[in-house]
Design a protein around this ligand. Structure first.
Ligand code: DSN
Length: 442
């Protein structure tokens, strides 16, 4: 028989020895999937080991509702330092004077902005989801569409680019309080100056969601929306290559008096309104371990190597889009200015849905996602398109030559998507190639 003391000791040792194999075996499976496959989802990336270490740190244990120096919990002096560093680095990266690094995601960041600048039922404009917009820019199944009144704008059918003339007409007819630019499946540079002009003409605020190209913008390879927009939001995990999360920045009109007037007649600054919209408006406690990981990622993005990486992301995307065109695929808008591209499968494979294509490619260890294309004739559950992006594969060291080879393999799969033998031979090739592209230093 063990004494009570011995039992306690045993229990203590047991807690340290018994591994939760149920979950850690699953994590290992995912690690292997990431290692052996070609990752082409435009919104994904592979973070550095330091970013992962910060996310897995003891900072996850800390509650810190509130903001630096004004928390609702004791013991926040240390997390105040890492949150401060995250804000300082982020502002330096984009030339901002205000940043909020607490949003748990891009959708939360966007939700907070809507909460800050709109009242329920107010009109705002965003790019239609099927034309490359985002769920949180006015989809009727999202709070943005459930609480407020979205008025979509669209791409031009001929050019596959945002139709700014139509946007202007709609804005003048509808008088939205806010216009949102940016999207999830739009491969072209935005005309922020034109959007700001339209917004000014109708008395609307301009918000740019730069989640997708944020890394390219940080590296100076695309125009910086902070020069034009009142408010800029982003995620931190796409081209920016940080942990999953969101951010909000104020643009060039930093704290001009377009804030709300309180009942006491005081004009509240927009920075203060946005902070209140994030907490306590949208969220409770910030994820301080993720905020520390954001700080690490922003620090990495300030290094010269980050610009080299982003330059390669952009080059790889241009070569990949051209390789698709050369193989007879319809690339929406004919190409890309950023890291992503949208393929309309209908001209080349009229019977092949995005869903079928995604499934066949995933079986060959090439990961992408089905996507609606502008003027799609199929539903969001089938779609006629595929979206591709180069941030993740470029992190693994891929250069232009591999892009051409990847498109060759994608074409082989899609030309015969029901053949197991065809898929197997591509998968073996993919797995063999990826052995030469390291991931996870540890
Ligand atoms: N779901 C993301 C994407 O894949 O683009 C956007 O938030």
């Amino acid at each position: 028989m063990h004494s009570e003391k011995q039992k306690e000791t045993n229990l203590f040792i047991y807690n340290f020895m018994v591994r939760d194999t149920a979950i850690f075996d699953i994590i290992e499976k995912e690690r292997q999937r990431q290692l052996k496959g070609i990752e082409l989802i435009a919104s994904e990336n592979f973070v550095s080991d330091q970013v992962m270490q910060a996310m897995g740190s003891c900072l996850t244990n800390k509650y810190a509702e509130g903001y630096i120096g004004h928390r609702h919990y004791g013991g926040c002096e240390v997390v105040d330092m890492s949150e401060g560093l995250a804000i300082e680095r982020l502002c330096k990266l984009y030339g901002a004077e205000y940043a909020n690094v607490q949003p748990h995601s891009g959708a939360q960041a966007n939700g907070a902005v809507l909460l800050a600048v709109l009242n329920p039922g107010d009109k705002f404009m965003g790019l239609d989801l099927a034309h490359g917009g985002h769920l949180s820019h006015g989809s009727l199944v999202n709070t943005s569409g459930l609480i407020y009144k979205p008025v979509p704008y669209f791409l031009n059918k001929e050019t596959g680019r945002v139709d700014y003339d139509e946007m202007e007409k709609t804005a003048k007819a509808e008088h939205p309080k806010l216009i949102i630019g940016g999207g999830s499946a739009y491969s072209r540079e935005w005309d922020y100056a034109r959007m700001r002009k339209i917004a000014d003409e109708v008395g609307a605020l301009l918000m740019i969601d730069m989640a997708h190209p944020a890394g390219l913008i940080a590296a100076g390879l695309l125009d910086n929306p902070l020069k034009y927009a009142h408010i800029v939001t982003s995620t931190t995990h796409k081209t920016l290559r940080g942990p999953r999360g969101g951010i909000i920045l104020l643009g060039k009109d930093f704290d001009n008096p377009w804030g709300k007037v309180t009942k006491k007649g005081v004009i509240r600054k927009m920075s203060s309104i946005l902070n209140s919209a994030v907490f306590p408006g949208m969220q409770g406690g910030p994820l301080e371990h993720v905020i520390a990981a954001k700080a690490v990622a922003f620090g990495e993005a300030l290094q010269p190597e980050f610009k080299e990486y982003q330059t390669q992301v952009k080059k790889n995307a241009a070569v990949m889009a051209q390789a698709f065109v050369d193989k007879g695929y319809a690339v929406v808008s004919g190409g890309t200015d950023n890291h992503s591209m949208l393929i309309d499968l209908r001209p080349k494979f009229p019977e092949l849905t995005g869903k079928m294509a995604e499934t066949a490619l995933v079986s060959a260890d090439i990961t992408t996602n089905m996507n609606m294309v502008p003027f799609d004739t199929r539903s969001a559950f089938q779609t006629s398109g595929l979206r591709f992006g180069t941030p993740a594969i470029t992190t693994r060291g891929a250069k232009e030559n591999l892009m051409v080879e990847i498109v060759e393999m994608i074409d082989t799969v899609l030309s015969n998507p029901e053949s197991e033998a065809n898929i197997k031979s591509v998968r073996e090739k993919v797995n063999s190639i990826m052995k030469d592209y390291p991931l996870f230093a540890w």
